[in-house]
Write a protein that binds this ligand. Structure first.
Ligand SMILES: [Mg+2]
Length: 187
């Protein structure tokens, strides 16, 4: 049941899953990993609040299946867009275009899509170039922490997954305010 207009595209590594805890098998597939504190509860809350969620992620399908099943989170995403299947990684436009196609979205829907991720070069630049709202989850010490290019600058920054819940609600309220029907003028 979807009751919100806002659509959430979400990264996985160092956004929901703590990459430093990943254990890989001999083929390089992640067999287990811990979540960032609060990430599981946040993903469930976002889903239960009625937002559409698409995981837009770089890696192997089997790795995501293992980790999300392990934490009981596999049912909380409406779509999975995985680089191994798409053939390119973020910030490649095809990753985002695949998400639009899987969710039946068009150009007109971009104003109500947010991309949440930890990686300025992949998630934030990718979203900004698409015209989406970008949310940087600045939790992990890994990867980039300086805005090396103008399009690496996020629209919003949060420090923990839990901070996403009020931010998404504020963005949802903003959309509904913009799209509220015109009041009828009294005769
Ligand atoms: Mg990541």
């Amino acid at each position: 049941m979807t009751t919100k207009r806002l659509i959430v595209f979400c990264d996985s590594g160092d956004t929901l899953v703590d990459e430093s805890t990943e254990i890989r098998d001999e083929r390089g597939v992640v067999v287990s990993a811990r979540l960032i504190p609060g990430a599981g509860e946040t993903l469930r809350a976002i889903h239960e609040a009625g937002y559409t969620v698409a995981m837009v992620v770089d890696g192997e399908t089997e790795s995501f299946r293992n980790v999300y099943a392990m934490h009981g989170l596999d049912r909380y995403a409406d779509a999975w867009i995985i680089s191994e299947e798409v053939g390119q990684q973020k910030p490649a436009p095809v990753m985002f275009e695949t998400a639009y196609r899987k969710l039946g979205l068009t150009e007109a829907d971009k104003s109500r899509i947010v991309m949440v991720g930890n990686n300025l070069k992949k998630d934030i630049a990718g979203a900004n170039r698409q015209g989406l709202t970008s949310v940087w989850l600045d939790w992990s010490p890994r990867y980039f922490h300086t805005f090396e290019e103008p399009d690496w600058i996020p629209d919003y920054t949060v420090k923990t997954p839990a901070e996403l819940i009020p931010l998404l609600q504020a963005l949802e309220d903003k959309i509904n305010l913009c799209q509220a029907p015109q009041l009828t003028q009294p005769q």
